[in-house]
Ligand binder design. Sequence first.
Ligand code: A3P
Length: 314
Amino acid sequence: KCLIGYTKPFVKCGKNEYVMAASFRKHAEEIYNLEVRPDDVWVITFPRSGTTWTQEMVWLIENDLDFKAAKGKPLHERFPMLEVTAHIPQVAFELIKANFMNLAYFQGLNHAVRKPSWKAIAEAPSPRFIKTHLPLSLLPPKLLSTAKVIYVARDPRDVAVSYYYLHKMVAKTLMRATFQTFWEAFRRDLLPWTPIVAHTNEAWEKRHNPNLHFLFYEDMIKDLPKEIRAVCKFLNRKYPADKIETLADYLSFDSLRKNKNVNNTAGDNTEVQFLRKGEAGGWRTHFDAEMELQAEEFISTRLRGLDLSYPSFQ
Ligand code: A3P
C-alpha cells in the first residue's frame, strides 16, 4: 500500500520483517557476515531515538573526553553508519519519485560512486565506532559475544513525530505529507526500519547480556549525568565527577545544537534541524484524541506477550 508516497521497492527482511530498501538485500549478507572486533563499540537504535546524542557521548567517553578532537571531525566520520550506502540512497530515490524531494539532494549524497559503508567499516583500523539502525537479527550473530553494544530506545510516539520532521528536513518544501498521513504509515509499519517495537524488543530481550547496555532516551532527558556514569561503567572508563558534569554540559541540547559536527542538518534548512526539539512527550502537541487512542492501541497490541515496557507509557 502506498502511503506518503512510499511505493516499492521496499522489501521485508529478517525474522520480524523489517522494511528495508530493496538495495539492502544485495548487502544484507555481507553485513551479516561482517567481522566483529572485541574493541568495537556499536550504537544501535531505531531512527530518531537519540542515536546522535549517544554516539557523541560514547565517542568522548572512549576518547578520554577529547573535546577538541570531537570538534575537529564530523561525527559521521568518527562514528560511521553501517547500512548508509546499502539503504539510504534508495530511500532517497523513492522520495524523489514520490516528489518529496529534488534530484539535487540525491546527487549531493553521491552514494552511488562511494564504497559501500560496510566495506569502509570492514577495512577501518581499530578501534571502530559503528552506528546502525539495523535490528540485532540483521547484524552479525557474534556481535554480542564479541563487542560492546549500546541500544537506545524512545517512546514510539515521539519517534514518529521526530521521524516526520526528519523527512521534512530533507524534503523541505517538497514534503507534502501531513503528520497525520505519516502517522498512518508509521503505525502500519510501512516506513523504513519499522516495526519499531519488534526492533526494540530484540535488544530488550538481550539486556542482561554483559556486552549490551540498554538505554531509554527519556532517562537521558531525566538525568543525563546518571546515564553517562552508567555508560562509563559499561565501557570500563572512570572519570571524576566534575568531568562527568563537563561532558553532560557539552552534551546538552543547546550545546549540541550549536555544534555543526553533530547537528548535521542538510543544507541550510533553518526551519527544521536535525536536533529539533530534544524533548520527551512532545508528541502531545501532534496527536489529536483519535490519534492518541490509535497510539495506545498500537503500543499495547505490539507489546502484548512481550516483557518490554516503555517508561513513558505505563
Ligand atoms: P526531536 O526531533 O524530538 O528533537 P537520532 O539522532 O536518533 O536521529 O535522534 C534525533 C532526536 O534526538 C531528535 O529528537 C533530537 O533533537 C534528539 N536529540 C539529539 N541530541 C539531543 C540532546 N542533547 N538532548 C535531547 N535530545 C537530543
